[in-house]
Design a protein around this ligand. Structure first.
Ligand SMILES: N[C@@H](CCC(=O)N[C@@H](CS)C(=O)NCC(=O)O)C(=O)O
Length: 311
């Protein structure tokens, strides 16, 4: 795993993502262009012009895949990196499921290097690429989800009348759930872990209570807030419970949340964005701190196809 400086990739380890107190700090994405309907940003809303670089195991990439799916944007091409990173970071095969049909790169850093704007930072998925301008549009999944929603027709996942509520859930869920599990798993002190894991489960308990009264987080409409919660739920029992020590409860111990997660999973096309086998390979990759031998556990046994029974 490395870092890019002024458009040149260095295979050495980047500085640790933690503060002095052992708390995990995620770096901010810096490529923040925006697709607009009228193209005034330089990135017009023509789906066939864009390509998405993802990895099945990455939850941030997953939400961009879900946005592409719910908006019916199959014209946005896909390149899927291999689940385990190397000293070259995210890598691709020459052909097959984990190859790059667009540029034929062997590592994602080559895509970042192809951007006219010299990049400095971590080489992360997802990346939304503009094939016409030969530029990266964005490497921030929250932006990718919102811009695909706003710039393209199809169901509106962030309707104006619910926007404040959606943004409220998004902020809470990002902090304590989506990134909360990483703060637990990547904590470097007992205190940092204790704080993070308590926040993860406080948030899940709150969501469980909300789902007892509502079908979706914001009431009776499925929104971006639900879309952004799902990738963490899909990985919870197979990965975070064990690999990130988020083991106070399992997803399947929450009756409402577990049924809600299955309902989303069973929506047309969603299962096609989910790869439990690959989550395990990715999260149980060899890691000096968490899993030195890279052994992948066999369980748990989960039944995501069981009827969700939610009205
Ligand atoms: N802010 C980014 C975060 C993306 C991110 O951290 N992706 C991880 C994979 S889950 C990654 O590519 N990490 C590579 C690295 O940090 O070197 C987003 O949400 O799009």
């Amino acid at each position: 795993m490395g870092l890019m400086i002024d458009g040149i990739y260095r295979a050495e380890d980047p500085p640790p993502d933690s503060a002095d107190d052992g708390t995990f700090k995620r770096q901010k994405a810096t490529i923040r262009n925006w697709i607009t309907r009228n193209g005034s940003s330089g990135f017009p809303a023509e789906a066939g012009r864009y390509h998405l670089y993802v990895a099945w195991n990455c939850p941030w990439a997953h939400r961009s895949l879900l946005a592409r799916h719910f908006k019916g944007l199959d014209e946005i091409g896909l390149s899927v990196a291999k689940p385990r990173r190397t000293d070259q970071g995210w890598v691709f095969d020459a052909d097959g499921e984990f190859s790059d049909p667009l540029m034929g790169v062997s590592a994602l850093h080559e895509v970042y290097a192809a951007d006219a704007q010299p990049y400095t930072g971590r080489v992360t998925v997802p990346v939304l690429w503009d094939k016409v301008a030969n530029r990266a549009v964005s490497n921030e999944s929250a932006d990718i989800v919102r811009m695909l929603n706003d710039a393209f027709d199809g169901p509106d996942l962030a309707p104006r009348d619910l926007l404040d509520e959606i943004d409220g859930w998004n902020a809470r869920i990002y902090r304590d759930v989506n990134n909360g599990v990483y703060r637990a798993g990547f904590a470097r002190t007992q205190e940092a872990y204790d704080t993070a894991v308590a926040e993860v489960f406080a948030a899940l308990d709150e969501i469980e209570a909300a789902l007892a009264d509502h079908r979706w987080l914001c009431g009776d409409r499925f929104t971006e807030a639900d879309l952004r919660l799902f990738p963490t739920l899909a990985r919870f029992d197979v990965a975070y419970h064990y690999a990130f020590k988020c083991n106070i409860r399992r997803l399947m111990d929450y009756p409402h949340l577990w049924a809600y997660a299955r309902e989303i999973y069973q929506m047309p096309g969603v299962a096609g964005t989910v790869r439990f086998d690959i989550y395990k390979q990715g999260y149980f990759s060899p890691s000096e701190l968490r899993n030195p031998l890279g052994i992948v556990p066999a369980g748990p046994v989960l039944d995501w196809d069981r009827p969700h029974g939610r009205g």
